[in-house]
Write a protein that binds this ligand. Structure first.
Ligand code: NAP
Length: 322
């Protein structure tokens, strides 16, 4: 790639939203360039959150399920088959005020952008907030999960713990009662942050128990989760809660930092889109979890990636006519 290279379409992100946008736009002959991100040990890596999941059973078309990483490798190959170019790079800075848009890779202080694009599709996703405990990362996919909709089915008749006290935690816990033998919510305070309606629902559900004023000290288990070591913050006493599954639901953060001050966001940092994938800057479209804190599913992300690609194509056609 030459410095300052001009592209019709650049896509940031390579989860289901970014790669679906790449498949559609490549088939429309837009020759998209995808910056897929760089491999990292954190929960933010090429392929997005599905790379951290084991079996995906709810993506349509896979009657017998598919491994999350396998699905993403397949989507990537499908995009490449139609001519999408995929770079294992991360944008370090964008200038959405310039026409065409400036995109930097590497040195964000370089005077000139690495790339210029007529249209940008942002599909940088969101990351689950994690507790930051070493064994939590090691056992992710082996009893530790961040998605009840994705993984709840694997915990039928098992002992489940949900960590967190907000709407996400309660929603996950209520969903997991369909599967688990027991669902215990471990919360660091005595009061929930969740909305009253969700609290009422959780308190009315027999299967849900609460462990108040408790912080997680460690996730236990060799090959798979066997329990949590928790500490009562009022007494300092530590105890083991046996469990087969631990769902961490302490919030998500959209990966929108790169666009701060340039794109409209809501108070939680999610990009605001209108009329489908349009942001407040013409020619900049957003799809997937970076603009969706409600559904957050692979299939909805893929659907919004398709919408972004169609809008990008229309936008480029209009540009060509002017
Ligand atoms: P949230 O409201 O920020 O709640 C996060 C919860 O995790 C809080 O209870 C917090 O404890 C706890 N927490 C944070 N960091 C922690 C840590 N390091 N260790 C232990 N606990 C920790 O996040 P959310 O539940 O994901 O909700 C985000 C937004 O989406 C909210 O506006 C929510 O209403 C909305 N949402 C709505 C629905 C719904 O309406 N059905 C469903 C999901 C989300 P503290 O309370 O002590 O701070």
């Amino acid at each position: 790639m030459q410095s300052g290279e001009m592209r019709d379409l650049v896509i940031l992100g390579s989860g289901p939203a970014g790669l679906t946008a790449a498949i559609y736009s490549a088939r429309a002959d837009l020759r998209p360039l995808v910056l897929e991100g760089e491999p990292s040990s954190s929960s933010d890596q090429p392929g997005g959150q599905l790379m951290l999941t084991t079996e995906v059973e709810n993506f349509p078309g896979f009657a017998h399920g598919v491994l999350g990483p396998e699905l993403m490798v397949s989507m990537r190959a499908q995009a490449e088959r139609f001519g999408a170019e995929i770079l294992t790079e991360r944008a370090s800075r964008v200038d959405l005020g310039s026409t065409p848009i400036g995109i930097w890779i590497g040195d964000r202080d370089a005077p000139e952008p690495t790339l210029r694009a007529r249209v940008l599709i942002i599909a940088t996703g969101a990351r689950s907030l994690m507790l930051g405990i070493e064994n939590e990362a090691r056992l992710l996919g082996y009893g530790v999960s961040t998605c009840a909709t994705c993984d709840g089915f694997f915990f039928r008749d098992k002992r489940i713990i949900v960590v967190g006290g907000g709407d996400s935690a309660l929603e996950e816990a209520l969903f997991l009662t369909k599967f688990g033998d027991s669902v215990t919510i471990v919360h660091r305070r005595k009061e929930l942050r969740a909305s009253k309606i969700m609290q009422d629902r959780a308190f009315r559900t027999d299967k849900i128990a609460f462990r108040w004023d408790s912080v997680v000290v460690d996730v236990l288990g060799d090959q798979r989760v066997t329990g949590l070591l928790v500490k009562d913050v009022t007494t300092g006493e530590e105890s083991v809660l046996p469990a087969d599954g631990v769902f961490v639901a302490i919030g998500h953060v959209p990966s929108s930092e790169l666009f701060a001050g340039q794109l409209e966001t809501d108070e939680a940092g999610y990009l605001v889109t209108r009329e489908g994938p349009r942001t407040n800057v013409p020619g900049v479209f957003a799809c997937g979890d970076v603009q969706d804190h409600v559904y957050r599913q692979a299939v909805t992300a893929a659907g919004s990636g398709c919408m972004a690609a169609i809008e990008a194509e229309r936008y480029l056609s209009l540009l060509a006519q002017t």
